[in-house]
Design a protein around this ligand. Structure first.
Ligand code: TIU
Length: 221
């Protein structure tokens, strides 16, 4: 299959491609979580949910592999470097109790992926302590076991966890495509810049495309 993408067409085989949905958890998308504690307006991020839901539905109908990630730390914070917890002056630090339970802690209400994009039984869901999904997780091995060579990305935030993971993946030899209307940032100009820098220099990090281009490719299969 081929997606009309920038800077040029993205060819992929669904059996060798995973849809990777980064950190669509309540902590970032809903008020009272980590995103808001950092001083951000989280309402911006909710706008991508319908487009992301449409892609996820189509991907599942075609039998494609789905990988969900959550930025999540262990309850004892053994995987949270003090530098990460103490940086800045957030209203709530990682591990503190907020309106959605302990901030950014695995298993807490705020750490759950939002209902609209919730993982199905059997889909891979990775808890990641870093911004990148490859750091200190089993993601690399899980993709290799399944013969995956290409990754299609959605999720938040574009310039933080999405871009970091795309760069990690690119260095590991994966072709990466970012769906432009299925990713968002608290800073619209950062989103725009991240998209530009990903696809610049002949796809130095990867490709970008609107979700409609992926849906069109799947529909013509
Ligand atoms: N703050 C911010 O933009 N993002 C994060 O802290 N994590 C993710 O992007 N998931």
């Amino acid at each position: 299959m081929q997606i009309d993408a920038q800077p040029f067409a993205f060819d992929f085989e669904i059996g060798r491609t995973a849809l990777v949905i980064i950190d669509m958890q309540r902590d970032f998308v809903e008020p009272g979580g980590f995103g808001e504690s950092l001083g951000n307006d989280v309402s911006l991020l909710q706008a991508i949910v319908p487009a992301a839901q449409a892609v996820l539905g189509a991907w599942r109908r075609h039998g494609g592999l789905v990988v969900h990630t959550r930025e999540a730390h262990r309850p004892d914070l053994a995987d949270c470097p003090p530098a990460k917890r103490n940086r800045g002056n957030p209203r709530l630090r990682i591990g503190d109790v907020g309106p959605m339970g302990r901030v950014l802690i695995a298993g807490e209400p705020g750490n759950q992926i939002i209902e609209a994009l919730a993982p199905l039984e059997g889909e891979i869901a990775i808890d990641k302590p870093g911004k990148g999904a490859f750091y200190a997780t089993p993601l690399s091995a899980l993709l290799q076991e399944r013969g995956i060579r290409q990754l299609v990305f959605m999720g938040v935030t574009t310039e933080v966890c999405v871009q970091t993971t795309m760069r990690e993946a690119n260095d590991r030899g994966y072709d990466c495509l970012l769906l432009e209307d299925c990713t968002e940032s608290y800073f619209p100009h950062f989103k725009a810049a991240a998209i530009e820098m990903i696809r610049a220099q002949g796809a130095i990090v990867g490709w970008t495309a609107p979700s409609a281009a992926l849906l069109k490719a799947l529909a013509s299969d």
